[in-house]
Design a protein around this ligand. Structure first.
Ligand code: NAD
Ligand code: GLY
Length: 371
């Protein structure tokens, strides 16, 4: 569905199907939320950075739909994606008399979205929730598909649930206040969709990268829409990641090791994914699945998106060993064997194991490109 400043993508999951609304001035408009099930109360869960920017506008729009609208502002940062902070949401719900029909609205980036979704999945064994993503990363990826959860000190996103929202509202106006570094982090997840699924989209991103970096509204709208279409297509076939959905984790196995190894919040998730995609592309080349020119093409694109392409040193004594240790914790590992998402030609990906010796070579060469 498309109108002048508004388009939508559907995600087809039977009785858990929903729409992703993409456009401008959606936040302020009660109409955006008018089709949601009736309830007495709504809670906007946000953080201390996003709430001062957008919560008033969303609360005002929701006041036209619900009798009472509460705001819960969590501390801001990946390091707060924890049990303790999750509990602040339950504290607010219980102390204000929330019931089973109460609707949660996640207003913020992926951290707020993942935590609010998990709170909705578990409060009173499940209450409805809506994603209102305000970062590029959350608009193109984390708000769609129902993965919710929190981090554990021993591993990222290790505790959570598959739980779908009722609606996703991507108000592109919110991207105007996003710091440049966060915009680039979001571009990492946009770029991801090209090599795993859509060669024409990869061409389009290369051609339009300057416009995306300049936050051109038309370019951003297309990037969000096409990314959501690809994600909806994948999740529609494999909601709970029995197979295909794993391709959405291209770059994430190396990336999660970087995030955990440096300490959450040191590199942004999208930065770690950007660099992780470079490493996974090198692994794909060593496995004979893509050629050096394609790896160079992707590396240049990621670099031009202002993302890191050289991996950090996580352990001065045995860097590759530390990466391997961290990657064995990945959710895709089976009986201690790491499963990587690798590229299988242009615009196709698959899961594969690789010998530790080969992974060591990749880590060594990507963390010190002079080797
Ligand atoms: P984030 O939620 O930490 O947001 C990034 C920063 O931008 C924060 O400081 C936030 O307060 C600020 N911010 C958000 N919107 C803003 C706006 N409009 N203007 C100004 N500042 C704004 O990070 P993220 O990149 O959005 O999400 C990363 C998280 O998402 C990670 O925890 C990752 O694990 C998760 N994730 C989940 C999925 C999934 O499928 N559930 C997919 C990808 C990533
Ligand atoms: N971001 C990966 C997934 O949703 O499966």
């Amino acid at each position: 569905m498309t109108s002048n400043n508004h388009t939508s993508v559907s995600i087809d999951l039977g009785d858990r199907s929903y729409s992703i609304q993409i456009g401008t001035q959606l936040l302020d408009d009660s109409q955006t939320f008018s089709q949601l099930p009736k309830a007495n109360s709504a809670y906007v869960v946000s953080n201390t950075t996003v709430a001062p920017l957008y919560a008033d506008r969303l609360v005002r729009a929701l006041a036209g739909v619900y009798k009472s609208v509460h705001l819960v502002a969590l501390p801001d940062g990946e390091e707060f994606k924890t049990w303790q902070v999750l509990n602040q949401i339950f504290d607010a719900l219980l102390s204000n008399g929330a019931d089973r029909k109460t609707v949660l609205f996640a207003l913020g980036g992926g951290v707020v979205g993942d935590m609010t979704g998990f709170a909705a999945a578990s409060f009173m064994r499940g209450i409805p929730f809506v994603q209102v993503p305000t970062t590029l990363l959350s608009q193109v990826d984390s708000s769609v598909g129902g993965k919710t959860g929190i981090n554990h000190p021993l591993g990222k996103n290790m505790v959570g649930a598959f739980y779908q929202p009722l609606l996703v509202v991507c108000d592109l106006d919110t991207l105007k206040t996003l710091p440049d570094r966060e915009l680039s982090a979001g571009l990492a997840e946009v770029i991801k969709y090209g090599p795993i699924a859509d060669g024409s989209f990869l061409d389009w991103i290369e051609q339009n990268l300057p416009l995306l970096l300049a936050r051109d509204g038309t370019a951003l709208a297309h990037a969000v829409k096409r990314s959501c279409e690809i994600k909806a297509w994948v999740v529609g076939q494999d909601e709970r990641e029995a197979g295909l959905r794993a391709i959405l984790n291209f770059g994430h196995t190396f990336g999660h090791a970087i995030e955990a190894g440096l300490g959450y919040g040191e590199w942004l998730h999208g930065e770690a994914v950007g660099c992780g995609m470079v490493m996974a592309a090198h692994l794909s080349q060593r496995l004979g699945l893509v050629d050096a020119a394609y790896v160079q093409r992707l590396t240049s694109l990621i670099h031009n998106a202002r993302l890191p392409v050289v991996g950090p040193i996580l352990d001065a004594n045995d860097n590759a060993g530390r990466y391997l240790e961290l990657m064995r914790m990945d959710k895709k590992s089976e009986a201690g064997e790491i499963r990587f998402v690798v590229l299988d030609g242009i615009a196709k990906a698959k899961m594969l194991g690789a010998p530790d010796s080969m992974v060591r070579e990749v880590v060594d060469s990507c963390c010190n490109p002079l080797l």
